[in-house]
Design a protein around this ligand. Sequence first.
Ligand SMILES: Nc1ncnc2c1ncn2[C@@H]1O[C@H](COP(=O)(O)OP(=O)(O)OP(=O)(O)O)[C@@H](O)[C@H]1O
Ligand SMILES: [Mg+2]
Length: 214
Amino acid sequence: MNLLSAKNLSHTFDYELFSNISLDLESGESIAIIGVSGSGKSTLLHILSTLLKPNKGSVSLFGEDVSKMQKKRLAEIKRNEIGLVFQSHYLFKGFTSFENLEVAAILSNQEVDSALLKRLNIDGTIHQKVTELSGGQQQRVSIARVLTKKPRLLFVDEPTGNLDKTTAHEVMDIFFEYLKEYNAGMVLVTHDEALAYKCSKVYKLFNKELVKVD
Ligand SMILES: Nc1ncnc2c1ncn2[C@@H]1O[C@H](COP(=O)(O)OP(=O)(O)OP(=O)(O)O)[C@@H](O)[C@H]1O
Ligand SMILES: [Mg+2]
């Protein structure tokens, strides 16, 4: 099943970041996007995940054109079907990790998955305030929060930036297991080429174009 189809996307802030980018993602598939800092990877991810409107082109999610969707439908998709993991995570700071996960669980009608907490090695610190955790622990809580929703489509921007290499690969393996188990799809932005090559396809944002890398 097609989860995401982007056609002829162009975007300009102070200068043109990219033009004519097209991309398709099927269930079970993962796509990595690499490219130098400032090339527009996060911007592209924001467009693909409906947070930003492209200057030109269109994005369809699950076969529906985002620009033609009713507001209610888009909100529903954002809440239940899309999981976002960004460069900076937005955990509720006054809450414990568990409370952060409970919010996600309630909003999406799911349950906090204790096996996932164990896999991410945050089960021991789950009742501590978020501010008492290390950067890497907070990052793993934010990943747990996103997966708690059981989204069909994941958008992930440098999810392992605060993690050491071993933990980074372990965390990525959790994403890949998730994709398999739920037949979900993922668009991953990363500077880490070793992580990128774990994905089904690798693209590079280069000279304003998205070029397939083999
Ligand atoms: N909201 C915005 N308004 C104006 N310019 C922006 C905005 N967001 C991003 N930019 C500019 O667009 C360019 C690309 O930014 P973007 O964050 O997409 O790059 P990136 O490839 O993700 O970089 P990095 O690898 O450092 O995260 C940068 O020059 C940035 O300053
Ligand atoms: Mg970025």
